[in-house]
Write a protein that binds this ligand. Structure first.
Ligand code: C5P
Length: 252
């Protein structure tokens, strides 16, 4: 191949899709379309909300930390064979992602009793589960993301049986890869919320994986290193997010 031809192929592969209009703004992120219809830019904000936006605040540098941490986790998961929407991180607050159609079912995987499950079932927070529990929630702000059964998703057409089977398989795989990785860094993965999307007929992991969407406890002290510090007014929020990023960073 001539030098000229090589350069043009290389340029094409490196070329940055152009950022276009914002088409979605959520509580913690904005999404922009790009010149490539298959790609979007996910922008991470510092805004924090809890209890379906009834509580609002800002966590300094949260967007930067969540962008970087999601990149680390998505790379780890891709290496473990989990398909994700992550393409590459563009800068401090933006990552390039595949454009998916989000399945409106949030999947929570729990390893230790906490949060809404402790309240709903009257169990003590901190009780270890003999095996992970997978729960589904209907993604709906007006309804406060209610807990649902698989049958609700099937009957109301939110996901097909094949998609739910894939969601289960991927969610449990993600849980086991992340649990092991975090355990080596002195962190317990208590629970986490995952979102999946459809991409050219395939179900892939989307959204973000960070202290906003997971519960992380220090293994030795059981200190909370996640958004529960904001939800429960425990203080030390920025420090907890920074500490989590430090623990999962390759140079840690
Ligand atoms: O509140 P609950 O115990 O049901 O949360 C389970 C897990 O899902 C927690 O890690 C929480 O951070 C996450 N979650 C989330 N977004 C929601 C609800 C829960 O990321 N809307």
């Amino acid at each position: 191949m001539s030098a000229l031809r090589w350069r043009s192929v290389n340029n094409h592969m490196q070329s940055e899709p152009e950022k276009r209009e914002m088409f979605y703004e959520g509580k913690a992120k904005k999404l922009y379309s790009t010149s490539d219809p298959d790609l979007v830019i996910q922008y991470f904000k510092d805004d924090a909300t809890a209890f379906n936006a009834k509580k609002r605040g800002t966590i300094e540098q949260k967007g930067v930390i969540n962008n970087r941490m999601s990149e680390l986790f998505f790379n780890l998961l891709e290496r473990a064979g989990v398909p994700t929407h992550f393409v590459r991180r563009l800068n401090d607050r933006e990552m390039l992602c595949k454009r998916v159609q989000i399945i409106p079912v949030e999947t929570v995987v729990r390893n230790i009793v906490a949060g809404s499950m402790a309240r709903r079932l009257g169990r003590e927070e901190g009780e270890p589960l003999p095996r992970p529990i997978v729960e589904y929630y209907y993604k709906s702000d007006p309804l406060d993301d209610p807990l649902i059964l698989a049958d609700h998703a099937l009957v109301f057409g939110w996901a097909t049986a094949e998609e739910l089977k894939k969601v289960d398989e991927l969610a449990l795989k993600v849980n086991s890869v992340l649990s092991e990785f975090l355990d080596q860094r002195g962190i317990l993965l208590v629970d986490a919320k995952y979102e999946f999307g459809r991409y050219h007929g395939e179900v892939i992991l989307a959204d973000e994986i960070c202290p906003d969407t997971c519960r992380f406890w220090d293994k030795a002290t059981r200190e909370k290193l996640d958004k529960d510090r904001f939800r429960r007014d425990l203080g030390g929020i920025e420090e907890a997010y920074q500490e989590m990023l430090r623990r999962v960073s390759p140079d840690a």
